[in-house]
Ligand binder design. Sequence first.
Ligand code: ADP
Length: 353
Amino acid sequence: MKENEIMKWLLEVEHPVKGDRNLVELGMVEKVEIGDNRITVTLGFAKHRDPLAEYLIGSTKAAIIRNAPEGTEIEVKTIIKDASQPKKKPGLDLGFEELENVKHVIGIASGKGGVGKSTVAVNLAIALARLGYKVGLADADVYGPSVPKMTATEELIPDAYQEGEKEVIMPLEKYGVKWMSIGYFAKPEQALIWRGPMACNALKQMILQVRWGELDFLLIDMPPGTGDIHISLVHDIPMEGAVIVTTPQDVALADVEKGVNMFRNESIRKPIFGLIENMAWFTPAEHPQEKYYIFGKDGGARMAEKYGIPLLGQIPIVQSIREGGDSGEPAALSTRPDGLAFATLAQKISEIL
Ligand code: ADP
């Protein structure tokens, strides 16, 4: 491996808010060091709190992993070029100023992936907006950000700018909701390699540096599961509490238990406002009155009772909900029965909060 070769790989890393220019063109690659089975790249940032620092570090690693021989150890260091600026790690000292005018910050969690957490989060956000509330949604699902696709905004890139000492990211607006997603900055295959602290910092930046403005509800679509990222997120973001999405299947219910325990954990202790049972029954498009309990009946209700939390709503499996997610026009925009299921859920949540 030669330095030139590695520089060529880094041409693949484009800066998301500086047109299509890559790190090499932008003069951000300060140093490339090659050791035995090891590559160290140093990136230079002009500002001590670049909102995209974590993203660019992640993308740089991803570009090297794609090209380097398997097993190569990779390190990406950063330096601040302007020596007059205090040197701080990006993202670690963010305040809550941007959340000052947000009334309720609510986590949308699930014990495991694939239960429809993101589908519920996006539709709930739209349904709350349709009830007249000011709503934002931060898609913090680092392992599979779905807001860009579900709202057909994947071609857009949020504006980011400097305001005095501070970096600000503007949310995108569509369907009456303000959206932010880790997916606007990272392609799915890049997001996947983010681990531990790197993912946590990127997520915190993506929530705390966003100019949300005045909101009644900010929903945080959390990554599925109950690992370190979740605990750190719940710790560092002033969430009022959470709702948990599940399906009626027994195995999903066992995972719910982990989710419930996470929020009730000593070091977290956040209220769980309730459970949302997704895929509660199947209703064929041509027979809207029929209900088939293909994942079992009343699993959500049993679990809610077991943990003493309310069952906030039941969402059926309907083809149009899946299609709405794929086409970027979520079901909650419609007045069909599937859209109304989300409206009922939104009504319930606004009542309890
Ligand atoms: P998660 O965020 O929990 O991983 P997603 O929201 O991405 O899950 O949903 C997984 C898949 O299931 C998607 O294809 C989505 O369209 C589909 N889906 C989710 N909920 C429903 C539903 N109630 N009816 C039909 N399809 C659904």
